[in-house]
Design a binder for this molecule. Sequence first.
Ligand code: ZN
Length: 234
Amino acid sequence: MAEQRYIWCRECDKLHHVTRFDGAPAYVMEGGEERELSRDDGRAFLERHAGHPLETLRENGEKCFPVGAAGDPMRVGYVEATDGRESFVIRSFRRTIAEPLEFELIRGRLKPYRVAVAIQEARLRKEMKQRLRSVASERAAAEKTNLFIELLNDLVGDLNPDAIKVVGYDYADASLEYGWLEPPMVDVLMRRLSVHFSAAELDAVRGFIDAHREPDDVLALLLKRNYAIERAGA
Ligand SMILES: [Zn+2]
């Protein structure tokens, strides 16, 4: 990913996001015709703030998008950036879907804390049911799958999120990490399941678990980090 940079006018407290489109013409459709816009945002910003003290801010990697999926034009984002001395949080947002992205500078930093641990429930449910169908009736497979999900959720709900070993990152969502479901937990789960499952069903579950222990596989725990904005001097 290209390094993200911003130009900050200290006098007006305005930000310009430096993009690879700066200087390139943009095209819009108007009445069925393509029209060229000379939308040289970068140059316009520099002209508007000529003679003002300008600084370059660079993102340092911490970012969060509390609402909205990747690609949602209306989602609000917070990224941490620095001029090499001070730390800032840049808030990006749109007033309406037709308007360009705006940026607001907040002096402070993004402070991560982990709040939620979850299993990959929808995927697990689907794949476990499929596995159990090979040894049980349709109805039993559905019931046992529900039980498996319920018991696993109970176990995971008791975990301290900070004690979970991180085994991977989600590249589309910077606030999401993958955690390891450790072998002792699998043993506890199997013991609890053994009260309700037949030997063949237990074998199927064990086979499923053994086949999906890779860090980024369906048994990986989801660790959703949240951020608080810690304002400087507050
Ligand atoms: Zn200015």
